[in-house]
Design a protein around this ligand. Sequence first.
Ligand code: SF4
Length: 295
Amino acid sequence: MKVIVANKCGFCPGVRNAISTAEKLLEEASDTECVCSLGPVIHNRDEVNRLEQAGLTVVESVEDIQGGSVLIRSHGAAPNQFDKIKARGANIVDATCVLVKRLQEIARQLEDDGLQVIIIGEKNHPEVQAVVGGLKQAIVIAVQEDLARIPDGARLGIVSQTTQSPEQFSAMLGAIAGGNFRELHVINTLCRESRKRQEAAVALCKKVDIMFVLGGLHSANTARLAEMCQKFNRHTYHLQNWTDLDTGLLTGKSSVGVTAGASTPDRIIDEFVRHLESLADQDPDASVPASENSR
Ligand code: SF4
């Protein structure tokens, strides 16, 4: 059994920065200081547990903050959340990804220019909620039916959630272009890192018998990777880690592809690959015993 790992997968720079900022904050905090993050730092249960054990508390709402230091994760937070945290006397450590900040600034500029801001993305995703929270009135669209919420004849300033796929972005732009709108100002706010992971995953899933996409079940970018791979390889499975795997799925498979979302730690990927390799070593019929890992 041949094991191939996608040449771009796992932590993106934005998530890596948020994790290392959290670790530094915990290292520097005094024994009595409360260190928390507003929402989980990343959508990965194992990593969140590890940080919790190191002393990081996750708070779901600003009302739960009792001073100390508060980490803003890579998805960012709305301006009113920053204000409320400050009002509670806490020290803010902002680890918002630079690309998310760029999206927030562009959306604000489009609104200041008098355009109706349209965000192509998931309305409940924290990144989108943070952008919407910084605007007077934005419309979030995810499917063609959502276009009915945009007023006819409007002048539109269009951006996208950073982790949307280029296919979804262009499909929605095509749908908007067919509508009755006066002006369309489109700014590409897709994240290149996310795109590189999507391209590598799709290229790999096309050449293996079975594909595993590793990452938190609530991770939007991992779910999107799995969704994209499923289009090209119906034997695609989204798993959190090695313990989720039913090894019976590997029966009769001679090549296995592995990729992971931007919020999946390297050690989850490494552990998964190590276990797969040891299964391959035990398989007397294995035609290609070695793994190919070009990460
Ligand atoms: S996926 Fe891209 S935009 Fe999102 S945190 Fe990572 S680098 Fe930033």
